[in-house]
Design a protein around this ligand. Sequence first.
Ligand code: PMP
Length: 403
Amino acid sequence: MLAALPLAEPDPLWALISAFRDDRRADKIDLVVGVYRDASGQTPVMRAVQQAETRLASVAASKSYRALSGNAAFNDGISRLLLGKDNEALDRQCTIQTVGGTGALRVLADFIALVSPAAMIWNTDPGYINHRPIMRAAGLGVKSFRWQDNGTGLDIDAAIADLANARTGDVVILHGCCHNPTGIDPSTEEWRRLAALCKDRGLIPLIDMAYQGFGDGVEEDARGLRHFAAELDTVLVAASCSKNMGLYCERTGAAMVIAANSGPLANIRATLERITRANYSMPPEHGAAIAACLFENPNTWLAELEESRQRVTTIRGNLADALADCGAPEKFQALRRQKGMFSLLPLDQRQMSRLREEFGVYGTANGRINIAGLLPDGVDRLAAALKAVSGAPSLARPVRASA
Ligand code: PMP
């Protein structure tokens, strides 16, 4: 058996992470890893999470198995966070706790493969690096539709033109907010156009909400999803608590299926549970129990999340200012308008290598940077490096990251 094992390429992101670790330059800048960092470069446990953990530890009664759908209070809380606490769609949706946002995507992929195996999945180009592999792993076909225009904004006409090739029953993955990797989100009007297109052509939206609270605010970031929920009979939602609660390693997320009415909900739940039962049986309790505490008593958590959101927005503004001050090309000013932790730099692979080799600035090969990885003392240096690599090629001998 093992003789036939095909060679698996190592994950390119992890290769960059170890290259960064091995780089001996003191002023190196890590913009690769997709985690939030505070102004001291840490990814701390939120205070609200620490308080919840203390409380949970003191009342823990049993580690016995929980329900296949996970923690019911969590499922209730996250559905209200996503849809809004008084949304009529709450009565026609089913939510189960999953193993992070990735687990939600995979459960939904298996759900799609079970119900309509011939459905094509439409994915933004550029898009989140793991959407395609997850959908392919469930046996589904994947096609792309354009997202970014030649500059740094959303090309809604191109997106709609490409999606005109989708057939009834096909699934369109949309990022609920803070598009990864571009940071380019639809305006209210563009959300309306996308929803109208899905409605007219019978397409099923799968809204991936991995950064709620990092764009314009917790409620504002859900406006696209809520519009879809109001307009369409069927909406799939994958949610992650990794970023907005900092629960990365606790693997806490949710899969939601919104239906036209409450009629099919029991069967949807039973189907989702059968899918998870044949995979990991049930999700881990700890992260969901923490999240349920945060939903019950949200003030401290929401204040901390707002602090994180503002830090990301401030860094975007500071970087755009520094780029303007040093005379970098105008196209970089889009960094100010884009949302959330990620932006796709208007640089090619060669320029990204130069950033890494000459300036110790690590982003992904396709140009993605994590804005939250930038510390206050790195802003001017990054702006100067971006200006340098976007101009004429350097004659200086590149300094290689040490092995
Ligand atoms: N969707 C998107 C768009 C993401 O960026 C991520 C994680 N970075 C996920 C899903 C997966 O989230 P999780 O870590 O909770 O599995």
